[in-house]
Design a protein. Structure first.
Length: 283
């Protein structure tokens, strides 16, 4: 939500989103940045233990450091990093956070990072570098708007609403880079916030493909997204049975369940489902 609107921030805080991103970047006009920082800092100071993140301006702008200096005293859960050139920017930001956490008596390493990893064309060639880059890395997400503007594309979706090949590639690379780094992949926003059927299909496809969640651009989208990423009771039940089967047969590589052969990849997927359902996944 834009940081220069206290009303919109409060509306977002009433939603059932897992985290709220207070945006100081694209949704705030250049002349409103200073006022937005003040509103955001006051807003964050009034919040409880809910996950509140801050999207700062790109690290190669003067606004980025001003954003961090203004908001770090409020101890946000994490920083969303737009337009990084690659993992080197996440590492650089992590070092800045080391200093700011110390300055403000915050727990060392407590502020997490979520890079929007595909907004610059060159960044696509460095996505693999996020693996092992920084312990602050909480996930990876991606975006098409800035990327399409950079290459001069007239659109990033076809007539059916599907991503055109260049942006489907960027989405897939983000997904694989997150998996390689061992962090969640978060799908990008669905901008047509009045199109509930379209959002439902978009979110279902994101979960099908392996994303752990997605960004919302409006509070009205949260319920549909949460539903799409919440496993059904049948999925949870089957996942529990798979985990229990492997716990009872720890040395087995392949076993049968309901007439289907299952192996270790099925166990990993079962644990993923239980993780989404916030259930124990021991074994």
């Amino acid at each position: 939500m834009p940081a220069d609107s206290g009303r919109k921030l409060l509306k977002a805080a009433e939603s059932a989103a897992d985290a709220i991103i207070v945006d100081l970047e694209d949704s705030v006009a250049p002349g409103e940045k200073a006022r937005a920082r003040s509103i955001a800092r006051e807003f964050l100071a009034d919040q409880d233990e809910r996950q509140f993140w801050v999207r700062i301006n790109p690290l190669d702008t003067e606004d980025a450091l001003a954003d961090l200096r203004a908001l770090m005293p409020a101890s946000p859960a994490g920083i969303v990093l737009p337009k990084p050139c690659g993992a080197k920017d996440a590492i650089k930001l992590g070092k800045l956070l080391d200093v700011l956490e110390q300055e403000h008596d915050l727990p060392a390493g407590n502020t997490l990072l979520l890079p929007i990893a595909t907004e610059r064309p060159a960044a696509l060639f460095h996505l693999h570098e996020y693996a092992g880059s920084t312990a602050r890395l909480a996930g990876l997400t991606w975006g098409a708007e800035d990327l399409s503007a950079s290459v001069g594309a007239s659109r990033s979706r076809d007539d059916d609403g599907r991503w055109t090949p260049p942006y489907e590639l960027a989405r897939s690379l983000c997904l694989f880079a997150a998996a390689a780094a061992g962090v969640p992949a978060i799908d990008t926003v669905f901008t047509d916030y009045r199109n509930d059927p379209g959002l439902r299909a978009f979110a279902a496809n994101a979960r099908r493909d392996g994303f752990s969640g997605m960004l919302a651009i409006h509070p009205a989208q949260v319920a549909i997204i949460n539903e799409a990423f919440s496993p059904s009771s049948d999925e949870v039940g089957r996942a529990l049975r798979i985990v229990e089967l492997f716990e009872a047969n720890p040395d087995a590589g392949t076993m049968g369940l309901d007439g289907e052969m299952i192996d270790r990849p099925h166990l990993l997927q079962a644990r993923r489902i239980l993780d989404l359902a916030k259930l124990p996944k021991s074994g």
